[in-house]
Design a protein around this ligand. Structure first.
Ligand SMILES: *Cc1c(COP(=O)(O)O)cnc(C)c1O
Length: 363
């Protein structure tokens, strides 16, 4: 096979996957471990697939140090279906929940949850275009709230919880779609964590849910069967056909991360990568990062020149150097460099080098 020419792909999602994992998957695509078929063609009830999904769960538990009283689910529907499943399953007592609005994804989750109960925005950073994480105290939360909801890393705006939100004894739910496995997380601080796979884990089509066991099994009786977490918990994510291929790739990514030394090592690399860009942004006279320093994301780094034409020129020029998908989200414009786990450090170095050269020739 001809050696592939890989681009530095700064896409926010679907996004870069480790080349090593893609190569391995490529080598097994016609014949998975002597079965004569691809994982894509394999029964989800076969012993080979059973091993794939069991190993994936075991390795994810290892990577994240997931306590035994939490269930791990591999389901479909993306982050978006969790915007509905969370309120359907967790609004069980007062039917009240408090949401912290830190960007478009939190807002979408908030709007969806309103269909199912008494949902309140407890804090928002919309007043400053979502450039920071609003701080809350336990007393800000309604005494009888069934849960508190946060989006842990704001993929679009580039902000992130660099401290656990203090919700006292309330159940904390977090959307970690764009930061899962990028840093060490104390799972026991959360009632439920979910993540669409296509940012930092695997191809689109898989969602991972980590849920404290005591929270499940309380959905209303008229809940559609697929939307009840208990359905998937009781059948080990094999109630219906799961996204087999995505689970296989996720499993390979988990092994790859374990081989690198686990999440503490990955986190250190991520900090070093992000720091290179932020350090440059802080000294640049041309580029500016809009997010408050203490709330910066390690995964999605947003920046602007303040001139839409110049931004466009920057993005076009980057493409010529094989650095793609640097345009900001259509709702905010400017630039966004998504530097997930699988973005090689050389990609970050190439970007900073290009930014320096671009600045020199435009100032
Ligand atoms: C991408 C993203 C989503 C939406 O995920 P889908 O899988 O497209 O539904 C939700 N939350 C966050 C934080 C995201 O980055």
């Amino acid at each position: 096979m001809k050696e592939a020419k890989r681009a530095y792909n700064f896409s926010a999602g679907p996004s870069v996957l480790p080349a090593k994992v893609l190569k391995e998957a490529g080598s097994e695509i016609l014949d998975y471990k002597g079965t004569g078929i691809s994982v894509m063609e394999m029964s989800h009830r076969s012993k080979e697939f059973k091993k794939i999904i069991e190993d994936a769960e075991e390795n994810l538990r290892k990577l994240m140090n997931i306590p035994d009283d939490y269930d791990v689910l591999f389901i479909q529907g993306g982050g978006t279906l969790q915007f509905s499943m969370v309120p359907i399953n967790l609004l069980t007592k007062s039917k009240k929940a408090d949401y912290i609005i830190t960007g478009s994804w939190a807002k979408k989750a908030f709007e969806e949850a309103k269909k199912f109960g008494d949902i309140r925005a407890v804090a928002s950073s919309e007043d400053e275009n979502f450039s920071y994480i609003p701080k809350i105290k336990p007393s800000d939360i309604r005494e009888d709230a069934d849960y508190v909801y946060v989006c842990y890393n704001n993929t679009i705006y580039g902000s992130h919880y660099n401290e656990y939100p203090d919700v006292g004894d309330k159940v904390l739910v977090a959307d970690m779609s764009s930061c899962i496995l990028s840093e060490e997380i104390d799972v026991s601080k959360f009632g439920l964590i979910f993540a669409g796979a296509q940012k930092n884990l695997a191809p689109a089509g898989l969602t991972i849910v980590i849920i404290k066991h005591e929270l499940q099994g309380k959905a209303p009786t008229n809940t559609p069967v697929y939307l009840d977490y208990a359905t998937h918990i009781n059948k080990n994510s094999l109630y219906n056909t799961p996204p087999c291929w995505q689970i296989y790739i996720a499993g390979e990514v988990f092994k790859y991360l374990l081989n690198l030394g686990g999440i503490s090592v990955v986190h250190e690399t991520n900090m070093r990568k992000a720091d290179k860009i932020y350090k440059y942004l802080d000294e640049s006279k041309l580029f500016k990062g809009p997010v408050r320093k203490e709330d910066r994301s390690l995964m999605n780094i947003t920046f602007v020149t303040g001139d839409a034409e110049l931004d466009k020129e920057f993005i076009e020029g980057a493409k010529k150097e094989n650095m793609i998908n640097l345009a900001g989200h259509r709702s905010v414009s400017g630039m966004r460099a998504s530097i997930y786990n699988a973005m090689p450090e050389e990609g970050v170095d190439a970007l900073v080098d290009y930014m320096r050269r671009f600045e020199k020739s435009h100032i």
